[in-house]
Design a protein around this ligand. Sequence first.
Ligand code: SAM
Ligand code: SF4
Length: 462
Amino acid sequence: MSHLTEEVEEAKITVNEFVNGTKKLYIESYGCQMNFADSEVVASILRNNGYSTTSDVVEADLILLNTCAIRDNAEQRVRNRLSILNSNKRRNPSLKIGVLGCMAERLKTQFLEEEKMVDLVVGPDAYRDLPNLLQEVDEGHKAVNVFLSREETYADITPIRLDSNGVSAFISIMRGCNNMCSFCVVPFTRGRERSRDAHSVVKEARELFEQGYREVTLLGQNVDSYNWKNGEESFNFAQLLEAVALISPDLRIRFSTSHPKDITDEVLYTMKKYDNICNYIHLPAQSGSSRILELMNRTYDREWYLGKIDRIREIIGEDCGISHDLIAGFCTETEEDHRDTLTLMDYVKFDYGYMFFYSERPGTPAAKKLEDDVPEEDKKRRLNEIIAKQQEHSLLRNQLAVGKVYRILIEGESKRSPEDLCGRNDQNKMVVFPRKHYRKGEYVNVLVTSCSTATLKGEIVD
Ligand code: SAM
Ligand code: SF4
């Protein structure tokens, strides 16, 4: 299954660049695609300061962990990882270790007290300051910058693509979030929402296309509230989508994440108008119970959410791919609320989803005002019921694809067999097929012949 902004289980690490005479930078990135995109900005800033990247932690002069704070287990993973990395410091006393991203922002200087071997703590809006901060560290000090900006979008920095297949790339179009979902730490760790210069987004997408990339994913916590203004000129999200779609019909456009309160008909009609804007929407629901949605401060209710689903299917069609995020066991959730979530899933029949049990985050409105009162075993059981239902629906939706022909952008070899290639269809479903003489970056038409819950299998039809 392919992931967009949602957290990816494995950490992503930098690749080997083999540049002589440079210091070696190893970045390990956790969490969402926004974080991976940020690591590419960090690599670019540090390249201009004499670093090239490595995938080998042992040869690194500087180790950076780009962290996630969205749930407690994400933070625990980072702490475990730091204690393992400590041994490298014993071997190489000049090694520097820094913590970037949301956990750095959340814990600030507390990090330096808790994790003694960390030299550097840098929040998501302070990456331009890294060269100065490293200088301070070289002079024997600990360095911290967790200043959150109202303007920083890193618009002028060309990211260095890390761990890329050379076919698809991510472009950050905005930063921060102005919503205050009561469970969520993001507004505190990533600051106020700001949109990036639309021309710089289009330029980055065009350059990627010219370098051979064939798919870009526009990233933001809430892409539908994208709104960039410069004097008389302004772009909303639909207009930005259109501008990127016009670069070339051979450049596919995806985006994530959409918020049910903000996705507009204009966006849906723009998707319909351009074949190269993929028919796939990640539309987090969080819960199927209107009472819980209100406590979550999501600003929509069950009916509104289902109304948006109907609208998507009306305008784009029944086979538009739709995925969700759902949280099991939020404060005060009853069995009835949980059943509302299951029936919402039954109504929509999502193609897939990202499912979590509620993890209280210090400082959030929910942590301050509500009691985390659903017992852990209930949270986990409800989560398992949600996952089981999603598995059923994923299979059902995939079965609908069997017998149909889809245009696939080849992303590379299948993980299971070098004889096979894989790529995604418009609806974001991964399809595996025998390679014949085709190569990654090419488009092929594939007849789907069978499926599992996670993948479609097929054959190229010329
Ligand atoms: N901005 C996006 C949105 O509004 O849907 C997603 C932000 S967040 C990085 C990704 C997902 O993590 C959320 O949609 C939510 O389901 C989940 N999440 C956020 N805070 C959580 C918490 N405290 N406990 C469990 N899951 C959480
Ligand atoms: Fe968090 Fe809500 Fe913003 Fe998404 S929209 S990042 S869940 S506050």
